[in-house]
Ligand binder design. Structure first.
Ligand SMILES: [Zn+2]
Length: 269
């Protein structure tokens, strides 16, 4: 069981990019309405305090471990008063007290984060997930819900043509060639680039433009250790060393015997 520290109606800044105060990487939500200095902050769920400290931008903070990789963080507290590192806390128990406005913040607020440390690190948000869509996942071992940004990047990747040094971002129904100035930004958003020879680069471009890239899966030949990306009309041999990259994009590989691998290839193309 878990709950937000305060009702959703008291949130005034959400997870993700924020215009004011400017923050391209807001890893939590801010409860701003109805806050006052000294207000007791209820803990989101039962757990153990695993961190406590102070930072110039975030004032006093605490972190609570709820098991299953789930932790919550409470920033903008006014002091270290309340439970400390090693103390167990119950759901709803006071974890700390709201502090005065500090850093670049626009007012008195509680900054609240939810992390799942079983997640692979994400390019922008680290292990933080949107508290509003994940608060009910505590304790049941479920996988965190994807954010809008993650849905946006699923199936998308940056591809680099090693022959021409042209780079593009590709995904279902999308193939956009990048200018030199854009390559760094897009690599940050979508992760490591996929380096391809000219023929494979053109093949992926066709796959993306047709939209068929959303129907493809990763297959591994357990006999030869050759991996392929397969789907309707598609059979692309994944370059050695790029298997994990493709699994991150298209989901975990399906392992096949050599005979199954050849049969699948014949059925698809
Ligand atoms: Zn915040």
């Amino acid at each position: 069981m878990a709950r937000l520290p305060f009702p959703r109606s008291q949130v005034y800044a959400f997870f993700g990019p924020r215009n004011y105060p400017p923050d391209p990487d807001h890893k939590g939500i801010d409860f701003g309405y109805g806050m006052s200095v000294g207000l007791a902050v209820p803990c989101a769920a039962a757990g153990v305090v695993i961190g406590s400290g102070h930072g110039s931008q975030i004032n006093f903070w605490k972190e609570v471990d709820h098991g299953g990789g789930w932790t919550t963080r409470y920033h903008m507290l006014g002091s270290s008063n309340g439970p400390g590192v090693g103390d167990t806390v119950a759901e709803g128990q006071t974890i700390g007290f709201v502090g005065p406005q500090s850093g670049t913040s626009s007012g008195v607020h509680l900054h609240f984060e939810v992390h799942n440390k079983n997640l692979p690190s994400k390019p922008i948000y680290g292990t933080a997930v949107d508290p509003l869509t994940n608060i009910n996942n505590f304790g049941n071992g479920s996988v965190p819900n994807p954010t809008e940004e993650e849905k946006l990047t699923r199936g998308f990747a940056v591809y680099a043509n090693t022959a021409t040094n042209q780079w593009a971002v590709g995904g279902p129904g999308t193939w956009q060639v990048l200018s030199g100035a854009e390559t760094g930004l897009y690599s940050t958003i979508y992760g490591e680039r996929v380096a391809l020879n000219d023929a494979d680069y053109q093949g992926v471009a066709r796959l993306c433009r047709s939209g068929k890239i959303s129907d493809v899966r990763v297959y591994a030949n357990v006999t030869t250790n050759v991996w392929a990306l397969g789907g309707p009309g598609v059979w692309f041999i994944i370059p050695a060393g790029q298997g994990t990259l493709f699994e991150n994009l298209f989901g975990e590989k399906t392992v096949l015997t050599d005979a199954q691998f050849q049969q699948l290839r014949a059925a698809l193309v």
